[in-house]
Ligand binder design. Structure first.
Ligand code: NI
Length: 167
């Protein structure tokens, strides 16, 4: 397994819309393993393939405290949604940035696993927030798109400065 490089905002590749996964092979399962390793090493609770510059509809999530509840979603779709919840969200593509975002509090997701087997999962709380955040990534949408243009501009400046200092 290996860790993958995570793209940071405002990298334009974070805006690419991901394509459906059609081939469920060993390479896909290796990618899923690498995405888990990358997410756990960061550490984070969710990672979309878009964030590692792979534009396929695939994401991984683990909201447990002990990093022992891995969930991989291939071609995920939200089929029911309801309620409202507001959470402080962060994102591995936005180091050190946290913003309140309003999302649905209960969702039902249909997806496939790494072998192509379909499954359905009902989620609420942090899990529901995380899945919605990661599916947004696959559509090229970012959590800062839910906040004001002014705040987003400030975040862009701050991250660009961090990136200049790091390089
Ligand atoms: Ni994110």
């Amino acid at each position: 397994m290996s860790t993958l490089n995570i793209l940071h905002f405002p990298d334009p590749r974070l805006r690419i819309k991901a394509k459906p996964v059609e081939i469920f092979d060993a390479a896909l399962r290796t990618l899923i393993d690498d995405m888990f390793e990358t997410m756990y090493a960061a550490p984070g609770v969710g990672l979309a393939a878009t964030q590692v510059d792979i534009h396929k509809r695939l994401l991984v999530v683990d909201v447990s405290e002990d990093q022992d509840a891995p969930h991989a979603f291939v071609n995920p779709r939200i089929v029911t949604r309801g309620g409202v919840s507001v959470h402080d969200e962060g994102c591995l593509s936005f180091p050190g940035i946290y913003e309140q975002v309003e999302r649905e509090s209960h969702i039902t997701v249909v997806a496939q696993d790494g072998d192509g087997q379909p499954f359905t999962l009902e989620a609420e709380g942090l899990m529901a927030v995380c899945i919605q955040h990661e599916i947004d990534h696959l559509d090229g949408k970012l959590f800062v798109d839910y906040i004001s243009e002014l705040k987003r501009g400030r975040i862009r400046k701050k991250l660009l400065k961090q990136q200049r200092q790091a390089s």
